[in-house]
Design a protein around this ligand. Structure first.
Ligand SMILES: Cc1cc2nc3c(=O)[nH]c(=O)nc-3n(C[C@H](O)[C@H](O)[C@H](O)COP(=O)(O)OP(=O)(O)OC[C@H]3O[C@@H](n4cnc5c(N)ncnc54)[C@H](O)[C@@H]3O)c2cc1C
Length: 447
């Protein structure tokens, strides 16, 4: 029987960052991954002169740990922050994309919001505080900001981040920072102003709103994290059990590993097979977590001419009834993603409100992509994309609904009942890459 200190299940960003941190602290770690490749949802492709991601394209440097991780990996991989011009965010309304206002004048002149709501928002600091701790993002946004701000700012933002339904996502769990602004300061505006004035340490200042990738694509981050970590890929049918003597037994194929700690980083739906010793009713508050499916389509154009839009991307409010949730413009954000003069786009479709899109054929998806290429990106009808790659993600983004409190309690109960077992990953602590890196650092520090 093999022995080690810590076994981590899953070689995605959470598993690899946790392993990297533990290794750095001098611990023995083994990562087990069921696929033949590492990276989980992160996967960079280089094809036909385009460098594209089938999973996440960009993260936000939302925690100091993101900066610290890249600093620790500086010899292997460099963080690339998005170009200044890509700060512009576009929202679809009517027949065009419009820039999301970034200052007072554009806020007054934008056609995205109604005149009534533009005046109404001035009263946000004095609006009554909500009383429902489980209020949805949609309800909170309409109550504080007005209907048009909800429809043309919050709804598309939620599509872009969660591929979710803002009327179902619970603010307290899905957007805790926003929830806390109202809960602690009575208003978003007053809270945001107070936050700016709060004293900050140098470490606090390492967390920013900057958008990141890695030079050459996120796969470089994965490879850098994995460099000195022992990883077994292709480990099928892993089973975890307590050995009754304070240790853990992790088995797959004809291998059994004895260890002190087990960290799972897999999706909630994968836990029952992995942890057969836990009764189903104890896992149920966790396994009922719904993951919105996403279809991501990477589209390359060799000669984009004057049709390139200097922006991060465009989001589509659900009210507009389009088939795409949004289109990112990675070649506007980062170097080398498309050949000189070309453009790379990442279309997102499906999500919580169109889970059925996952069943659409490649031909149907290709047609949806080409329709939006002409209608939304305004390419003339005689120009077709040079490259189209379709990626389907059945379990893309977990949706933090109002029952998340039960899930978090179940996780805490199980971790207490079974010392040495850690249930990590995106079933808790946020869905973005910044959240994953932050969680990994906390888990490593706790272990
Ligand atoms: C299409 C898409 C777009 C996204 N866009 C963004 C974005 O723009 N910005 C952002 O910040 N985040 C984005 N995300 C989210 C981001 O990708 C995730 O937060 C992050 O990559 C999750 O990392 P993880 O390690 O927690 O999970 P995963 O990457 O899912 O890794 C889990 C690993 O566990 C393995 N595994 C599963 N079951 C088992 C088992 N039984 N035994 C062994 N191994 C197992 C899996 O194969 C996988 O490798 C996006 C996600 C998707 C799908």
């Amino acid at each position: 029987m093999q022995e080690t200190d810590i076994v981590i299940i899953g070689a995605g960003l959470t598993g690899l960052s946790t392993a990297f941190n533990l290794k750095k602290a001098g611990r023995d770690v083994l990562v087990l991954e069921k696929q033949q490749r590492i990276g989980g949802q992160i996967c960079t492709y280089i094809d036909e002169g385009f460098t594209f991601e089938s999973g996440p394209n960009t993260g936000v440097v939302s925690f100091p740990e993101v900066t610290e991780l890249f600093q620790a990996l500086a010899n292997e991989c460099q963080m690339e922050t998005a170009r200044e011009s890509s700060k512009r965010r576009l929202i679809w309304k009517g027949k065009h994309f419009h820039a999301l206002p970034s200052g007072l004048i554009s806020a007054v002149t934008t056609p995205l919001f109604s005149l009534k709501d533009k005046f109404r928002i001035l009263g946000e600091p004095w609006r009554k505080q909500g009383t429902d701790p489980d209020e949805s993002i949609g309800s909170l946004a309409q109550r504080r900001l007005g209907r048009s701000f909800f429809e043309y700012a919050v709804d598309p933002f939620i599509s872009g981040v969660y591929a979710g339904d803002p009327m179902k996502l619970c603010t307290r769990y899905a957007l805790p920072k926003l929830y806390n602004l109202e809960a602690n300061y009575g208003s978003f505006v007053r809270g945001a102003m107070a936050k700016v004035k709060e004293p900050k340490t140098d470490r606090d200042r390492m967390a920013t709103k900057k958008v990141f990738s890695a030079v050459g694509g996120l796969q470089h981050l994965v490879q850098a994290l994995a460099k000195n970590v022992e990883i077994v890929t292709g480990a099928q049918d892993i089973r975890v059990r307590p050995d009754g003597e304070g240790m853990w037994k992790v088995s797959y194929a004809d291998t059994v590993i004895s260890c002190h700690h087990v960290v799972t980083t897999v999706g909630a739906y994968a836990l029952p097979d992995l942890l057969p010793f836990i009764p189903q009713e104890q896992l149920e508050p966790i396994t009922r977590l719904f993951y919105a499916p996403i279809i991501q389509v990477c589209v390359g154009v060799r000669d984009a001419g004057a049709l390139r839009l200097p922006a991060f991307g465009g989001l589509v409010p659900s009210k507009e009834g389009k088939q795409v949730l949004g289109i990112l413009f990675p070649s506007e954000c980062f170097e080398g993603r498309a050949p000189e003069g070309g453009a790379l786009y990442s279309y997102f479709m499906g999500g919580a409100r169109h889970a059925d899109y996952l069943q659409k054929s490649d031909d149907e998806i290709r047609q949806m992509v080409i329709d939006a290429f002409h209608e939304m990106l305004k390419y003339p009808s005689d120009i077709e994309p040079d490259m189209i790659r379709i990626f389907r993600h059945e379990h893309a983004i977990p949706q933090y609904y109002a029952d998340s409190g039960e899930r978090l309690r179940a996780v805490a109960d199980l971790q207490q009942r079974y010392p040495g077992l850690v249930l990590a990953g995106n079933l808790r602590d946020g869905i973005g890459m910044g959240n994953r890196i932050h969680q990994a650092a906390e888990i490593a520090a706790t272990i």
